[in-house]
Design a protein around this ligand. Structure first.
Ligand code: ADE
Length: 334
């Protein structure tokens, strides 16, 4: 494909989590694989794939602006970044540079409610930050690492003693962004419309349910929760638990990018009596068992979502820029 077939800017991006590290062709045609761009916050987790979506039975020419999307693998192409090592600021900055205004993220989660079964999807509307972000000592930006090979991106952590840098506002730049509604309401509405008006979109067995709201708690990890922690989180009425919602959700807000998160349930965490091998609770094997099916369903959701966006009438979603000229400028993201 000639480079000029890539619209500039690319307004829509998908951030894939565990179980969703690429989008298949067909129906997604790769147009380019942009090497991870250097940002003031280091390299993003993966190259950014630019893909165009072609509906299976397209009769009219789709709007390339609405059918071309960017895709970033949150944990890297080889799942080499543990949740606490994800270069979130570089990921958000790299997407911002592409002109992205609207991001849908997918994440594997544990369930904290009986009714949220493995393979169910939760379109969360709230999030609780249980990570352990600590303030770094004064640091200088390290020199850029050598150019990455696409096959084996270098595993670099520019801030080895720092846990999850969680803001673009620092070193004299002060900014406080509202977080009451961490996920963009119009984008969530569009996602829910997509998920609920397409019968059989999420494939079984077992049958899969879409939960239209819920709160996800993000723990530091990489260990799963103790039973006491899991029971505490459950007693708060939370729906699900993961290790990556923060600081991603905060940084998208600071960068004025509309963000929504689809949580894909893989396990009942550690609260449920008798769950897992010898009642050990959640294990990597349990998570992996449902991940493949979740990933397939996520791809179907992305396809339907892009169809929905290409139909137009969703300008508000695609153009959402809530805090124009404040957070973005202060954070130096242009
Ligand atoms: N991701 C998938 N399952 C999880 C769990 N039980 N806790 C935290 N993150 C998860």
């Amino acid at each position: 494909h000639p480079a000029n077939s890539i619209p500039d800017p690319v307004p829509i991006a998908i951030v894939g989590g565990t179980g969703l590290s690429s989008l298949p062709s067909p129906p997604f045609t790769p147009l380019a694989l942009l090497p991870p761009p250097q940002t003031p916050w280091g390299l993003p987790s993966s190259p950014i794939a630019i893909l165009s979506y072609t509906p299976p039975s397209s009769t009219s020419t789709p709007d390339p602006k609405a059918t071309t999307i960017a895709f970033l693998a949150r944990h890297g192409l080889h799942h080499q970044y543990a949740p606490h090592e994800i270069p979130n600021r570089a990921n958000v900055a790299a997407l911002k540079r592409l002109g992205v205004t609207c991001v849908v993220g997918f994440s594997a989660v544990g369930s904290l409610k009986e009714e949220v079964k493995p393979r169910d999807f939760v379109v969360v509307d709230q999030v609780l930050d249980w990570t352990k972000g600590v303030s770094p000592p004064t640091f200088s930006i390290p020199p850029p690492p050598p150019p990455p090979s696409l096959n084996q991106p270098p595993k670099t952590n520019p801030f080895p003693f720092q846990v999850r840098p969680w803001t673009f506002f620092e070193s004299g730049t002060v900014g406080h962004i509202p977080m009451a509604h961490p996920f963009d309401p119009p984008l969530r509405a569009l996602l829910l419309h997509t998920l609920t008006t397409t019968p059989g979109l999420l494939l079984g067995p077992p049958t899969t349910t879409t939960h239209p709201s819920g709160t996800v708690i993000c723990i530091e990890g990489p260990q799963f929760s103790t039973r006491a922690e899991s029971l505490l989180f459950r007693s708060l009425g939370l729906s699900c638990i993961n290790m990556s919602a923060f600081p991603e959700a905060k940084l998208f807000r600071e960068a004025e990018i509309a963000f929504a998160l689809v949580c894909m349930s893989t396990d009942y965490d550690s609260w449920r009596e008798g769950e897992g091998e010898e009642g050990e609770g959640v294990s990597v094997e349990m998570v992996m068992g449902h991940m493949g099916a979740n990933g397939e369903n996520a791809k179907r959701v992305v396809a339907r979502l892009v169809e929905e966006l290409s139909r137009g009438g969703n300008e508000e979603v695609v153009r959402a820029e809530r805090w124009r000229g404040t957070a973005r400028a202060a954070a130096g993201i242009t």
